[in-house]
Design a protein around this ligand. Structure first.
Ligand code: ADP
Ligand code: MG
Length: 701
């Protein structure tokens, strides 16, 4: 195999201080200590940290790095970095003043950052504004643009988690602990750790950079706030998996190369449903790496686009009327011995174990459906969920006909066709085979079982996947804990497992839905089943501070009560901030671009109309359009005034402000948009002040 770090496949991971590199560059005892620290969480000794730091620095400098940064994920959902150079001055009197390179274990394991401007949701008073960062030794350091990036957790002085990584690591520990308890009951004595595994598919749009830069809305908000529907959308279904155009192909090639260097397992790429929309899927990994890698992916996607004269949009809904972008979070549990716990087995015992994990998942999703919905609640995703192209806002699970038949047979004790008319007897029977790649899968389900994993399809394209995965891991840890508590006391394990599975599947069957999630009738049916339906982020976010959900996270030490409230506050404030930016951008574009342009255009029509009339010539076009232009521009003007007035009245209290934005500002914005879009349709192309949907959506090739 080619090991040249400049070309494929040798370049893979060439910019990552990974296990192989550590093995090569550390003393055997330090390498062993690092391995131990990763597997059982023992803290690194300072002497080991020092050795790792020096090895890391030497490796990084050889690769051209000059700086290091503690790379962390504050609660904003993006990543943050503060760069320090390796340069230090020598203390040795003989070398006085000479520059040396220095990076110590202390700097590796604990950095300090005056992070008072990161949102803390009230967790940190200003007198203790400092945050501490500490290397997460389970994640590899990597070099990005001349800086050694050290994946880090971020805590306040008093130990509160200020980031998204700390609770994710806690949730991975919790689900591992409880899953191992269950495995022991099934006689598994070799598994030491169960790993939450995640593969996040990333959808995105590519636009021509020049056209993008002519639209203030795209620049300020990442989405179009105006735009009449273009004549051609995705009706022909010709873009999905279509041939990739040369400019995009060149982009994707470079993207892969950059991601591979950073150890991101970019695997598949293809065109998506909407014009200019694409997708990248990596090979799955542990949830922690998957989150880091998804953050890196989003960043690199944007950077590489810039080099190709393109802009990469990660907004959930950049364009009205065409598909938005999501991020499918594929989630499963695997053992450190390589077994997938959501893969149906081939013996009765394995089946019972599979069914027990499946039941825990079903129960968890049913009990914490509101929480799962809340983890994907953002103003951007409000345009997407339930819009007949993304899953509805109601959480349900798709199992597929084979597995649903198994579940039905267990619940109703009725015979199953596939078992030769017998009832499935858990722990005695072998289940009928469940095809892993069931191509006819239901694309409308928010949570689909796809053979050996669950695919959570609600997260929007720009979301950090930590939130959803923290919730999935914790909910699963909780259900497995309850099952283990019960079964560890059992005197007849096989009988009690079967009874438990039947009892819980019966209790939580309502969350299983294999039908069409886009169908209007599903909403009525979901209501009848008592499932929750939170159409918007404003409806969904309060689930964060619901007592049941707070208890879930505090019981398993994922979040403290304060940490839960901090996150809730940040989401609430983010909603208001986002809508505020969108609304002010809208006002700006109406006043500075749209109204002046349509006024000029209207004047031109009126002048033409007058001349024609004077000459006694027909003037229908001028007359009708001048009238439409004047009427609509008055309407737009009034709607804009109302939006401006309402913006001045946004209440100060965060929750009231969020509600007000949802109830008043968003409808005002819809009103403005509708008048502007009508105006666009009756205005000559030359006169319209910025690129239209047709220009933008067909611009990448
Ligand atoms: P599709 O979307 O067509 O189902 P795949 O099944 O190949 O495509 O996988 C989609 C994503 O799910 C990929 O990122 C893949 O790595 C990931 N994935 C596959 N198996 C698992 C698993 N057991 N756990 C978590 N993610 C997985
Ligand atoms: Mg998918």
């Amino acid at each position: 195999m080619n090991n040249d770090p400049k070309s494929f496949p040798g370049l893979f991971g060439s910019m990552v201080f990974n296990e192989d590199t550590m093995k090569e560059r550390l003393s055997p005892s330090s390498y062993r200590q690092w391995k131990k620290s990763v597997s059982d969480g023992t803290p690194l000794e300072l002497s080991t940290a020092n050795e790792i730091a020096v090895a890391m620095m030497q490796w990084a400098v050889e690769k051209g790095a000059t700086h290091y940064t503690h790379w962390f994920q504050p609660m904003t959902g993006v990543t943050a970095e503060k760069h320090d150079s390796f340069i230090a001055t020598s203390n040795d009197p003989e070398d006085k003043g000479r520059i040396i390179l220095e990076f110590s274990g202390k700097e590796l394991v604990r950095g300090e950052s005056d992070a008072s401007s990161f949102p803390s949701g009230g967790l940190r008073a200003t007198f203790e504004a400092r945050g501490y960062t500490a290397w997460d030794p389970t994640a590899f350091a990597f070099i990005k643009e001349g800086s050694l990036c050290i994946p880090t957790i971020f805590c306040s002085y008093s130990g509160h988690a200020l980031d998204k990584k700390t609770p994710l690591l806690r949730s991975m520990d919790a689900v591992s602990r409880e899953a191992v308890r269950i495995l022991r009951l099934f006689g598994d004595t070799t598994t030491n750790r169960v790993i939450a595994q995640v593969g996040a598919e990333q959808e995105y749009f590519l636009l021509d950079k020049k056209l993008y830069s002519e639209r203030e809305d795209l620049i300020m908000t990442g989405r179009t706030l105006f735009g009449a529907k273009q004549p051609r959308g995705q009706e022909l279904d010709d873009h999905y998996y279509g041939a990739i155009r040369p400019r995009v192909a060149a982009y994707m090639q470079e993207l892969d190369n950059e991601l591979w260097k950073l150890g991101v397992l970019s695997k598949t790429k293809h065109n998506e449903v909407a014009p200019s929309q694409h997708e990248m899927a990596p090979i799955y990994s542990d949830a922690n790496s998957a989150c880091d890698q998804n953050q890196i992916t989003m960043e690199i996607m944007k950077k590489v686009a810039d080099r190709h004269g393109l802009v990469c949009l990660l907004h959930e809904k950049p364009f009205a009327g065409v598909n938005g972008s999501g991020k499918h979070d594929n989630w499963s549990l695997g053992t450190d011995t390589g077994k997938n716990l959501f893969k149906p087995g081939s013996t009765p015992r394995q089946n019972a174990q599979f069914l027990l994990f499946l039941t825990a998942f079903i129960k968890g999703v049913d009990e914490y459906q509101d929480m799962l919905r809340a983890t994907v609640a953002t103003p951007g995703n409000d345009h997407r969920l339930g819009a007949q192209e993304a899953p509805p806002a109601v959480v349900s699970i798709f199992l597929g006909s084979e597995l649903s038949a198994v579940v039905d047979s267990i619940i109703s004790e009725t015979p199953m066709e596939a078992l030769g008319k017998r009832t499935l007897d858990i722990g005695v029977d072998v289940m009928p085979p469940i095809p892993q790649d069931n191509t006819d899968r239901n694309r409308t389900s928010p949570m689909a079982f796809t053979g050996n994993k669950f695919e959570f399809r609600m997260p929007g394209a720009s979301l950090s996947i930590s939130g959803p995965n923290i919730a999935l891991n914790t909910m699963m840890a909780h259900e497995l804990m309850l099952f283990a508590d019960e079964l560890e006391k059992s005197e007849d394990f096989d009988r009690d497992v079967a009874a438990l599975i039947k009892r819980e599947l019966t209790a939580h069957r309502r969350i299983i839905f294999d039908g069409n999630g886009y169908d209007e009738s599903w909403l009525a049916e979901a209501k009848r089943r008592g499932l929750s339906n939170f159409p918007t982020a404003v409806d969904a976010l309060p689930a964060y501070i619901d007592e049941k959900n707070i208890r879930l996270f505090t019981d398993h030490s994922i979040y403290s009560r304060e940490e839960v409230f901090a996150r809730y506050n940040i989401h609430v404030e983010n909603y208001t901030a986002t809508i505020g930016i969108e609304a002010r951008t809208m006002v700006d574009m109406i006043r500075k671009e749209i109204l002046p342009a349509v006024s000029r255009y209207g004047t031109m029509l009126c002048e033409g109309l007058e001349k024609r009339r004077n000459l006694g010539l027909p003037s229908k076009y001028e007359a009708e359009n001048a009238r439409g232009n004047c009427l609509l521009s008055d309407c737009l003007h009034d709607a804009c005034l109302k939006l401006e007035k309402d913006l001045r009245e946004v209440p100060a209290a965060p929750e009231e402000a969020m509600r007000f934005c949802h109830d008043v500002i968003v409808p005002d914005m819809n009103e403005c948009r509708s008048f502007s879009d009508e105006l666009e349709m009756i205005t000559g192309k030359e006169a319209w002040p910025f690129p239209t949907y047709s220009d933008l959506l067909f611009s990448e090739g």
